[in-house]
Design a protein around this ligand. Structure first.
Ligand code: NAP
Length: 464
């Protein structure tokens, strides 16, 4: 590649305080917003445009020239133009030789084109050094100064020096550059702004499905059954009682589903006798969204706590308590007193204590999964909290549910139309997880599993 002398000079790292001129192609929303920000940061800005007439929208300290004239004034050119118009750059290829071209473009769909926009730009202008940057920042955020949500700027490119220059500009604008490597990463960076909570999709859809199922399940058992069989109207259960059944069920089930894929992975590794074969896709995806599953579970547990707090002020509960007082008073009139049922008192206190401890550890797990906290603990500490404390949380919450309804487990009155209480269903996954986990910690299984995870293979494919 031949470099002309002006380009070599311009590409030298800037050691003085004076900022190098930056050229922006395109005077649209993003070009103007970036231009304002750069002028604020002390960069002389020149716009390359199809029309050299300036307007009140264009930052007043910026020059507006033709593309060719503007390109000659700067070593870095930001292409603030949609990909479909990149063809106009082909005739400018000689002028752009050796320059740093910053591709900031986004697409309308994920993987819209076979190659990334930045790679396409590099093909159109082969003599230029293409860097991908700024596409995750919006024009609105740049202009309004509310950059908190998108302060990170992913940067990638094949030329290290060019990438460094762009990262310097990013820093000067008060943003944080994140080096993503070569231009091969551009496609992923371009897809990033188009993603809609990718890791949350499965946990949220699963929760919606489970909420719907348990809502109709509880409605059938707690509202429709008493209405049909006993002619009692408990439709008001829909407001608090049923949600307060669904929330703990979801919290416990989803928490168990956080630990189930780890157990399945262990069984698969033990069966295969190696860790060097890929897990099925569904298991990989499930493992990747465990944090989100856990956070959704925590949200349901928190709702359960809130619903439980309002129980004493519910009209139905106050009516029941006053009826009990009346019945006890009539008992007392006959010189009889109902003795305190010690077993019940123990069960009720243990149930509450297990719930409080379980929720406390649940919150602790949620806090340690936040990036600001998890970044400050090492891998062993993180594993200790998420695995050991996580299992302890699951044990406490499962015990909380067992103590709540254990005594009615086999009672025929708790089955309505052959349907068991909903809390019994919530115990299925946690019990499976805890039973299998307690089997897996037996030395005869734990030892080979640990060896497999350290790289040992039962039938090595490559003998030394
Ligand atoms: P825009 O407002 O439509 O501006 C695009 C500019 O491209 C026009 O103002 C025009 O500038 C130039 N242009 C249009 N047709 C052209 C053609 N046929 N040949 C040459 N130049 C042409 O779009 P924008 O919102 O600024 O977006 C520009 C780029 O930034 C896009 O690739 C977009 O994906 C990316 N981006 C935008 C945002 C955002 O928040 N807007 C965020 C991240 C990335 P002149 O009239 O001066 O020639």
């Amino acid at each position: 590649m031949t470099k002309n002398s002006s380009n070599v000079m311009a590409l030298a790292p800037n050691t003085s305080n004076k900022r190098e001129t930056v050229c922006i192609f395109g005077t649209g929303d993003f070009g103007r917003a970036l231009g304002y920000k750069m002028i604020q940061a002390g960069y002389p800005v020149v716009f390359g445009s199809r029309s050299t007439q300036t307007s009140s929208l264009i930052p007043k300290d910026a020059e507006v020239l033709s593309h060719a004239e503007a390109a000659q004034k700067a070593a870095i050119i930001i292409i603030a133009i949609q990909r479909q118009h990149y063809n106009f750059l082909t005739p400018l290829a000689e002028i752009l030789r050796g320059k740093v071209l910053v591709d900031i473009s986004n697409n309308l769909k994920i993987n819209q084109y076979p190659e990334s926009n930045a790679e396409y730009l590099a093909q159109l202008v082969p003599g230029a050094k293409v860097v991908k940057a700024f596409n995750t920042v919006s024009a609105w955020a740049l202009q309004s100064g509310t950059l908190d949500a998108s302060r990170q700027v992913f940067v990638c490119g094949d030329d290290v020096e060019a990438k460094q220059m762009v990262m310097d500009i990013v820093r000067a604008l008060g943003l944080t550059p994140l080096d993503q490597g070569s231009l091969l990463a551009a496609q992923e960076i371009e897809n990033y702004p188009l993603q809609l909570f990718p890791m949350w999709k499965f946990p949220i859809l699963l929760s919606l499905g489970l909420v719907t199922f348990f809502f109709f399940y509880c409605l059938t058992r707690d509202v429709i059954y008493p209405y049909v069989i006993e002619n009692k109207d408990f439709s008001f259960f829909i407001a608090i009682s049923i949600p307060n059944r669904i929330c703990p069920i979801l919290a416990l089930t989803l928490l168990a589903l956080v630990y189930l894929p780890g157990i399945l992975a262990a069984i698969i590794q033990l069966y295969r006798g190696t860790k060097y074969r890929r897990f099925p896709d569904w298991l990989d995806k499930w493992m990747l969204c465990r944090k989100q599953l856990g956070l959704v579970a925590l949200a349901f547990a928190s709702l359960h706590v809130l619903y439980t707090l309002v129980i004493p002020i519910r009209s139905f509960v106050r009516w029941r308590i006053s009826s009990q007082i009346v019945s006890q008073a009539s008992f007392a009139l006959n010189n009889k007193t109902e003795p305190l049922d010690n077993t019940n008192a123990w069960l009720s206190d243990s149930y509450l204590a297990l719930g409080i401890l379980g929720f406390f550890l649940f919150v602790l797990l949620g806090i340690t999964s936040l990036p600001s906290v998890s970044n400050n603990v090492n891998w062993r500490e993180f594993r200790f909290v998420q695995s050991k404390l996580g299992y302890l949380t699951l044990i406490l919450c499962t015990a909380h549910t067992l103590v709540y309804g254990g005594k009615w487990f086999l009672s025929p009155s708790s089955y309505r139309w052959y349907l068991p209480s909903a809390y019994m269903l919530s115990l299925v996954f946690p019990c499976i997880v805890l039973v299998v986990k307690s089997v897996l910690i037996f030395p005869c299984l734990d030892k080979p599993l640990t060896r497999i995870r350290q790289g040992w293979e039962r039938n090595p494919r490559y003998s030394e």
